[in-house]
Write a protein that binds this ligand. Structure first.
Ligand code: FES
Length: 171
């Protein structure tokens, strides 16, 4: 009787653990970008190497994931020799502001500055999207790129760090 009572007590003690829900699965730290993912526009088309003129910018998602806000990115074409480690002039960054998560929606091609309209953080598109002025305190994560033999621009992997506000890096 005593043993049964202790056993039941032990089971009751475990119950709150199961009520905590499933373990986090890492989706806060990774996006849907994979090596080889084509860059897809909201209209469903894919970015080819020849599509963007110098100074142009486009909003893109990983192929087949047009509803994934965490993965939204922007690709820019910079003049030759301007973008640090640019691939044929192309660089791509997360569009999720590292301050509070607004979309970084403005690009001033004349001086290669990306501006977040929410609180006016400014990022240097030519230099790994480093912060030029806050309140954001760290760069926009950069999406590695490759260009396939078919001419499509593709991701060369996921962002190397979590996107969005820095809170998640320390969670
Ligand atoms: S969310 Fe971008 S500056 Fe605040």
């Amino acid at each position: 009787m005593m043993i049964a009572a202790v056993g039941l007590f032990g089971l009751a003690a475990l119950f709150p653990i199961s009520s905590l829900g499933p373990e986090p699965d890492g989706t806060l730290f990774h996006t849907k970008w994979r090596r080889g993912s084509r860059l897809q526009r909201l209209d469903g088309t894919f970015v080819k190497q020849s599509d963007l003129n110098v100074g142009a910018i486009e909003t893109v998602f990983p192929e087949g994931n047009l509803d994934d806000a965490q993965s939204v990115a922007m690709i820019l074409r910079m003049p030759d020799g301007v973008g640090r480690d640019a691939l044929n002039g192309y660089v791509a960054y997360s569009k999720v502001c590292t301050h509070a998560g607004c979309p970084v929606a403005l690009y001033r091609a004349a001086d290669h500055k990306l501006v977040c309209p929410c609180h006016q953080s400014v990022f240097d598109a030519a230099n790994d999207a480093a912060v030029l002025s806050g309140p954001a305190d760290h760069a926009l994560p950069r999406l590695p790129l490759q260009i396939g033999d078919d001419g499509f621009v593709r991701a060369d992997g996921d962002f190397p760090e979590p996107v969005g506000p820095g809170f998640w890096e320390h969670a």
